[in-house]
Design a protein around this ligand. Sequence first.
Ligand SMILES: CC(=O)N[C@H]1[C@@H](OP(=O)(O)OP(=O)(O)OC[C@H]2O[C@@H](n3ccc(=O)[nH]c3=O)[C@H](O)[C@@H]2O)O[C@H](CO)[C@@H](O)[C@@H]1O[C@H](C)C(=O)N[C@@H](C)C(=O)N[C@H](CCC(=O)O)C(=O)O
Ligand SMILES: Nc1ncnc2c1ncn2[C@@H]1O[C@H](COP(=O)(O)OP(=O)(O)OP(=O)(O)O)[C@@H](O)[C@H]1O
Ligand SMILES: N[C@H](CCC[C@H](N)C(=O)O)C(=O)O
Ligand SMILES: [Mg+2]
Length: 480
Amino acid sequence: MSDPLASIRARITGFAIDHRKVAPGAVFGAFRGARFDGESVIADAVKAGAIAVVARPEAQVDGALHISDAEPRRLFAELAASFYAPFPAVTAAVTGTNGKTSSAELSRQLWHLAGERAASLGTLGVITSAGQDKAGSGGLTTPDIVTFLSNVHGLAMEGISHLAFEASSHGLAQYRTEGLPVTAAAFTNLTRDHLDYHETMEAYFEAKLRLFTEVLDANGTAVVWLDRGAAGAEYNERVIAAATARGLTVLTVGPDGEALKLVKRVPTLLGQTLTVEAGGASHTVKLPLIGGYQAANALVAAGLVIATGGDVAKTLPDLNRVSGVRGRLERAVITPSGAPVYVDYAHTPDALEAAVAALRPHTANRLILLFGCGGDRDKGKRPEMGAIAVRDADVTIVTDDNPRTEDAASIRAAIMAAAPGATEVPGRADAIRAAVAAAKAGDVVLLAGKGHEQGQIVGTDVLPFDDADVAREAATELQA
Ligand SMILES: CC(=O)N[C@H]1[C@@H](OP(=O)(O)OP(=O)(O)OC[C@H]2O[C@@H](n3ccc(=O)[nH]c3=O)[C@H](O)[C@@H]2O)O[C@H](CO)[C@@H](O)[C@@H]1O[C@H](C)C(=O)N[C@@H](C)C(=O)N[C@H](CCC(=O)O)C(=O)O
Ligand SMILES: Nc1ncnc2c1ncn2[C@@H]1O[C@H](COP(=O)(O)OP(=O)(O)OP(=O)(O)O)[C@@H](O)[C@H]1O
Ligand SMILES: N[C@H](CCC[C@H](N)C(=O)O)C(=O)O
Ligand SMILES: [Mg+2]
């Protein structure tokens, strides 16, 4: 393809998808979105100095070069990538309903332990061995294309050679990472989420599948979790089939995996012992994280590291030295009665089930679960999560998550309708105090849904809120 920017390339100063961020010399991407029509502000972008506009052929562009394509987001991404390059030499993308943040961050840690200069980018922002930049992903799991490419370029300039990033279904559907070469890509699982946006599970799956059929390099490697007994395992098998059909190298990991086969998992006091078969040899991993789901994410991370050149004999023992990921089964405090309080980001039915299952072997007496559901998000999750809670936990407290623009009481009511025996406590801080106060010796408290989040979204305001801090304060008040 000839370069559509050839005539102006020397004058380009940057790329923008929001007309309010256009500076003289910018290439503006005019996209029709869910809330706003970017084509309606093309004239404003040109007035602000845009020298080219990437938009549909039907769009009206005067006073700047019109680069047209039926799928302008994709072309814009490819052109922006040609401007923002170079990038880290090794890039690994993770998709799936749950486990993206954890697998990406554990990949970064494994690369770091192997002596590589590594970063992860996603829900937690950008993390390197120097620390965390929470704004690094623009508050999203997969940031917009300009934020993404410019931050990934910045990491390369800092000397980062290995990047693991989260490819959310929204991000894939909107071409938010396109243009960056992808060395390896992982698929964790697919269960219910985001049906408000994708409408059907099939459409949700198709968005994620594109990572393997179109985004991953043609000579790249697909890493796929495989547990044929798990919910949604047919999607994992379909990813394997599609990747194989495209001629990609495929590494499967998990109980039914071939590259890293998990043959045994035994919970210990503070972690778990895994027996993993790889290349005909048996390895014992002493993973310092609890829960089956964290073992899964650790093996996916190891798969990505091995797929990008890591040595099996070094990578598996390095799993003995990883640290927990913020807000994922993070132990916030131990109550005065001796009950540990865990914070976890479970905000889907499958995640809630996985988080409770992770803590069950560590619970001598009652498992007290507190959760709510986010507003302006898939409403079908609410009854499903309510039913799982009362089935799997001993005590369930239903409270608020991020109500956003919805009425918090109606969200709670939708959960309560499917959660007989649960207690409803409006106001998340009050609910956390109630859960912490109720816990006796031998009990375990799980605060689910908000994980690392530092705010509660009520209306369009973000009020400061941190589950772990509120739990610690509640425990201190009880002590006093
Ligand atoms: C539904 C959704 O994904 N929306 C995101 C998407 O919106 P959109 O393309 O539909 O944008 P829009 O607001 O309709 O505007 C259309 C275009 O006009 C531009 N614009 C807009 C206003 C204006 O004055 N001038 C202007 O030029 C916008 O930059 C955009 O290019 O692109 C916007 C710009 O990048 C994002 O801010 C916005 O995220 C919203 C806030 C959001 O809540 N997204 C969530 C659902 C999300 O993306 N979540 C995923 C999944 C997380 C997970 O896996 O669980 C994530 O990756 O975080
Ligand atoms: N492999 C897994 N299988 C099932 N549940 C999981 C798995 N990994 C994580 N979870 C659950 O999902 C929660 C979120 O995990 P994580 O942040 O790694 O996922 P994510 O895919 O990045 O989520 P998001 O879509 O919000 O970015 C965890 O706190 C846990 O409850
Ligand atoms: N990335 C997810 C985060 C959900 C977090 C949960 N606390 C909620 O508000 O539903 C989303 O935007 O759907
Ligand atoms: Mg994430």
